[in-house]
Write a protein that binds this ligand. Structure first.
Ligand code: HEM
Length: 521
């Protein structure tokens, strides 16, 4: 009897396994043949399952894999059973300026709690419009101008820290400094100050440095779920990053404490986001932000605005020290444009320093902090992207890293060449227009970055101040190679003069190491 029961159970299991296998095979067969996107080429595993993209999101090489998929399969690539990547400027603009797409369901998987939408994660267009309008007001040019002196205080401190230990060598250089933490500390402090009216004191002591790891761990989770939203149900982060949840809670507690203190000191005590936004009413809805809403947005701004800007700064130092001819041109421009460091302000830097602006653009082209694709879902009725009709319900996107290395727009695309952004005898107006057309480090359209003005201000002021005040170079020996690619490897990380970024929605980095000394007047 016992034997018979075992036999029946085994038989049942075998039938269940076979029927599951048949079902999987049928789904695979459908996805490869009759599926509406079956005609598009792409990595075969990506056509079958989102596990492919999720794995590369976990590994941090999604941007490289997307780029090499375009090299192999062309400008339109199927990069998931229901997802298409486009690698043309027409496709880019069709997607991100379209009225017929909305943010993909992947964004739902990354909200911290049910209903807790931020401007970034709200898929509903009316909800987004309201939040965006309030934030746009809080990030207007006028607000940024008033914030700039506070920003400058943080940059002065940054420069002091970079100079610490100068004179260690006979030529007056400091010991090599790893720019990743130095840039992280600056940008986190600036975003704390902007969002909450006080900094995290990361440039002063290490008490809050855990925030950087907390956000990095949370970004791994976010980037996996953005590729494979169904995985969110399984709460994999609890297995993969048990500490991530604890650190995240510490981040929430800290920002909550900041929020309470900010309210206590009163609206006009600081020139920060709170002071400008709290009374603002959306003329369409008559509504402003409630306090909890505002703090929830601010938490997101710290995440969105810190490590992205830090990546641009660290990458710029990497390229300037790896392309000495660019460094020399930049030094000449900054030091002849401003008579003293006190004259430096972002408006003048961005207007008068053409080469510096070109360096920032070239850095963001070579190493966009968010190099993957921001997925958009096609809405009812479908839409045409780069001449292809895409039915409703499918996701479309453009990988920034891939299009920024498309040779049709950026010849010799792995070479850092700020000159490509400047009209000259060798570079016509049409050349510059073409370069600009495919450039999208902040994404484009109604969901493009609302903080780009602050990002430009912070990055241009910081680079100008460092170049004006300090000489710098990469150290000889192994430390000077941190952040470089490795010759001969086969995973897309073989380019020595390309700064290596680990793509987890935004980027993880290490280096470059740099030595500084005060400039000789
Ligand atoms: C170099 C620095 C930065 C880069 C490269 C960058 C990049 C981006 C990108 C690619 C998006 C689109 C995301 C998506 O479609 O999912 C975005 C959105 C956003 N960014 Fe930035 N960002 C930077 C700095 C900042 C700063 C400093 C702030 C805050 C002041 C900020 C606030 C936001 C917000 C609120 C959104 C969501 C906008 C919306 O959905 O309407 N970013 N950013």
């Amino acid at each position: 009897m016992k034997y018979l029961t075992q036999l029946i159970t085994l038989r049942g299991l075998a039938i269940a396994a076979i029927s599951l296998l048949l079902k999987v095979l049928a789904v695979c067969f459908y996805r490869l043949t009759y599926h509406p996107l079956a005609k598009y080429p792409g990595p075969w595993l990506a056509k079958l399952t989102d596990w492919y993209a999720a794995y590369h999101a976990y590994k941090g090489d999604l941007q490289l894999v997307m780029c090499s998929a375009h090299e192999e399969y062309g400008d339109i690539v199927r990069f998931g059973p229901n997802r298409l990547l486009f690698n043309s400027s027409q496709g880019l603009h069709d997607i991100y300026h379209s009225k017929h797409v909305k943010k993909s369901k992947g964004y739902l998987a990354i909200i911290p709690a049910p209903g807790a939408y931020s401007v970034h994660t709200s898929i509903d267009k009316a909800m987004h419009r309201h939040k965006r309008r309030v934030l746009t007001q809080g990030l207007s040019d006028d607000v940024l101008r008033k914030f700039e002196p506070t920003l400058m205080n943080h940059i002065h401190l940054y420069i002091q820290r970079l100079m610490e230990g100068h004179g260690t060598t006979a030529e007056g250089w400091t010991p090599p400094k790893n720019m990743t933490p130095y840039c992280d500390h600056l940008t986190f402090d600036v975003m704390g100050e902007f969002g909450f009216g006080r900094d995290f004191e990361m440039q002063i002591h290490g008490g809050n440095h855990f925030l950087i790891d907390a956000i990095a761990a949370s970004n791994v989770r976010t980037s996996i779920y953005a590729q494979f939203p169904e995985l969110a149900k399984f709460k994999l982060e609890k297995i993969l990053y048990p500490n991530g949840c604890i650190m995240r809670q510490k981040f929430l507690d800290l920002t909550c404490e900041f929020a309470k203190e900010r309210v206590k000191i009163g609206k006009d005590a600081k020139q920060d986001l709170f002071s400008f936004v709290i009374d603002f009413k959306n003329p369409e809805t008559g509504k402003g932000f409630t306090l909890p809403e505002l703090w929830s947005e601010n938490k997101f701004l710290v995440v969105a605005g810190s490590d992205t800007s830090s990546t641009v700064l660290a990458s710029t130092f990497f390229y300037l020290t790896h392309y000495p001819e660019c460094y020399s041109k930049l030094i000449y421009e900054v030091r002849t444009t401003f008579k003293s460091a006190d004259e430096i302000n972002s408006r003048d830097v961005l207007m008068k320093c053409t080469y510096l602006k070109a360096c920032i653009h070239e850095t963001m082209r070579m190493s966009p902090p968010a190099g993957g694709a921001m997925w958009r879902e096609v809405e009812e009725g479908g839409t045409v992207i780069d001449g292809e009709f895409i039915p409703a319900g499918f996701d479309v996107g453009t990988s920034m890293y891939a299009i920024h290395h498309n040779e049709a727009y950026y010849p010799d695309s792995y070479t850092y060449r700020p000159e490509r952004w400047i009209i000259s005898e060798d570079n016509t107006e049409e050349d510059v227009e073409r370069v600009q057309q495919a450039f999208n480090p902040f994404s484009l359209g109604p969901r493009g970055c609302v903080g780009r003005g602050l990002a430009y201000m912070e990055i241009s002021d910081t680079i100008a101040m460092v170049v004006w005040n300090l000489d710098f170079k990469k150290p000889d020996g192994p430390l000077g190679r941190v952040g470089e690619g490795t010759e001969g490897v086969k995973n897309g990380r073989h380019r020595v003069r390309e700064f290596q970024l680990i793509d987890h929605l935004t980027s993880v980095k290490d280096g470059p190491y740099i030595e500084f000394r005060p400039r000789k007047m």
